[in-house]
Design a protein around this ligand. Structure first.
Ligand code: SF4
Length: 499
């Protein structure tokens, strides 16, 4: 969809216009000179002492016109970036209103296009804004539907029950450990995940680097007396390495990380059922891993085949029971709404199979077409459900989880997510993942160790975020892990060590 934008010269406004446009059309192209555009959007922005007034006109090729306007008061002490944000929001409001009128589509998340809506809720709460005012702001300024505001409220309340001290955890850290290997690569995946077969040499040298990073980061944390809140092993599939390799890794963690017995939660993604064995479960138990994930994604065999997951549905069920009988009492399972070839009937079947297992938590993702995935590159090969059907499946997930005693405890959104919906983590009471909350709400530093691990350094006082990424491929990681470790320690020193 090509849209001619008139009256907006400031380039800083182009991005919000593009993001709002993409909520309605597959790909929006903005142009700034008259030509062959399908729609024309003209804006008049007037800034005055009280705030900003924006009026917009949306015109179609057939001569139809849609009009919207908004006056937004901006307090005089709000300056710089914060002032700009309010003007951008007002522009987004006007643009979204016209596009909703034109398409007949309602965007339940309003003008919020960001990944972490609940973070904004927390921010306002921490600033002392009363709940009623937060809800008013979301409804009137961000145009959110009541159901989304209620969802956020429910999630924030739940998070505060699970982590009552969430507002004071910025002086601790969590650790993410990335292991970039999987048995095979799934079609929708953009994680660093290299097929492990025949890569033993590369696995061994990768683990050498990983042990080094764990030792150095652990030593630094011990020396400076900084506590670890949670540890998360992800990837890839961290159980695709051998039981001995896993054993050595957790031994390293136990020796080098400070007060491992006080870490609130240690999770290992055992994601792919085809990597789980009795020996590996023994190792997980030996090192008191609290929580694992076994991910079905779907209980339809043809779907698993279509997305390149080379394991059977039976294997998922069998490995779940094995983990259960061996004492794993906090198991998460991931499901994906909108996998190729699946509609409401298939998703309902997946939910009914989940009811037989009742994992402690269930994370319901909506398929997203990430730019680098095999699925996006060959989009024509994959038939996915319509917006309406996706939305019905999501409604079924909400009802099903509620009926089965699960409550939503974290959510995030992605770009290019089918139906502009969200990913939601549900958990039975007391089984919510603390790490998932911490990473989503960005209330503390997460140190990423290993291949493809992204670190997010949150300043303990200003909460300003610095990103740092380890390389995604094992070769570059092996060549540079010492350097990446030093760089991270430098950033940690700057943030946590006061002169
Ligand atoms: S198992 Fe997970 S990390 Fe591995 S290829 Fe599939 S989606 Fe990617």
């Amino acid at each position: 969809m090509k849209i001619y934008i008139k009256g907006i010269d400031d380039e800083r406004f182009h991005r919000p216009l593009r993001l709002i446009g993409n909520l309605f059309f597959e790909e929006t192209e903005l142009c700034f000179t008259e030509g062959d555009a399908t729609l024309e959007a003209e804006f008049f922005i007037e800034e005055n002492n009280d705030g900003v007034s924006i009026k917009g006109f949306l015109r179609t090729e057939d001569g139809e016109e849609f009009v919207a306007s908004k006056d937004q008061q901006i307090a005089s002490h709000i300056e710089g970036k914060d002032h700009l944000r309010q003007v951008k929001n007002t522009l987004s409001y006007v643009y979204l209103t016209m596009l909703q009128d034109y398409t007949g589509m309602t965007q339940k998340w309003g003008i919020l296009t960001g990944i972490r809506p609940t973070k904004l809720y927390h921010k306002k709460r921490q600033e002392g804004m009363p709940e009623r005012e937060i809800h008013r702001m979301f409804k009137e300024e961000y145009l959110l539907a009541d159901e989304k505001i209620q969802l956020m409220k429910q999630i924030v309340e739940r998070q505060l029950q699970v982590i009552p001290d969430i507002d004071s955890l910025s002086n601790e850290v969590s650790i993410y450990i990335g292991i970039p290997f999987c048995p095979t690569k799934c079609a929708y995946c953009t994680f660093p995940a290299y097929a492990i077969n025949g890569r033993q040499g590369s696995v061994t040298s990768f683990l050498g680097g990983l042990h080094y990073e764990m030792k150095e980061i652990g030593r630094w944390l011990k020396e400076k007396g900084i506590k670890i809140t949670t540890v998360y092993y992800g990837g890839g599939t961290p159980t695709s390495i051998t039981a001995e390799e896993m054993d050595m890794l957790y031994e390293e963690m136990s020796e080098t990380f400070p007060n491992v017995e006080n870490i609130r939660e240690i999770t290992v993604e055992a994601g792919r059922p085809d990597t789980i064995t009795k020996e590996k479960l023994d190792v997980l138990n030996k090192w008191k891993i609290d929580r694992i994930s076994i991910n079905p994604q779907s209980y339809i065999q043809d779907t698993l085949k279509a997305i390149g997951r080379h394991h059977t549905v039976e294997e998922t069920i069998e490995k779940f029971h094995l983990a259960r009988t061996m004492g794993m009492n906090n198991i998460n399972m991931d499901l994906i709404i909108g996998l190729p070839g699946e509609g409401v009937k298939e998703f309902d079947y997946t939910l009914s199979e989940s009811a037989k297992l009742m994992p402690e938590s269930l994370t319901v993702h909506t398929l997203s077409f990430k730019r680098a995935s095999e699925m996006t590159k060959n989009k024509h090969k994959y038939k996915v459900a319509s917006r309406e059907e996706i939305s019905t499946m999501m409604d079924h997930a909400v009802t099903w989880t509620n009926d089965h005693g699960y409550a939503p405890y974290y959510l995030y959104r992605q770009k290019n997510i089918l139906g502009n919906l969200e990913n939601v983590g549900y958990a039975l009471k007391g089984q919510d993942s603390i790490y998932n909350i911490m990473i989503m709400e960005e209330q503390q530093t997460i140190i990423g160790i290993g291949c493809g691990a992204a670190s997010k350094f949150v300043h303990p006082e200003t909460m300003k975020i610095t990103h740092f990424a380890n390389p995604k491929d094992p070769k570059s990681y092996n060549d540079g892990f010492k350097h990446y470790t030093d760089e991270k320690i430098k950033i940690l020193e700057e943030l946590f060590i006061k002169e």
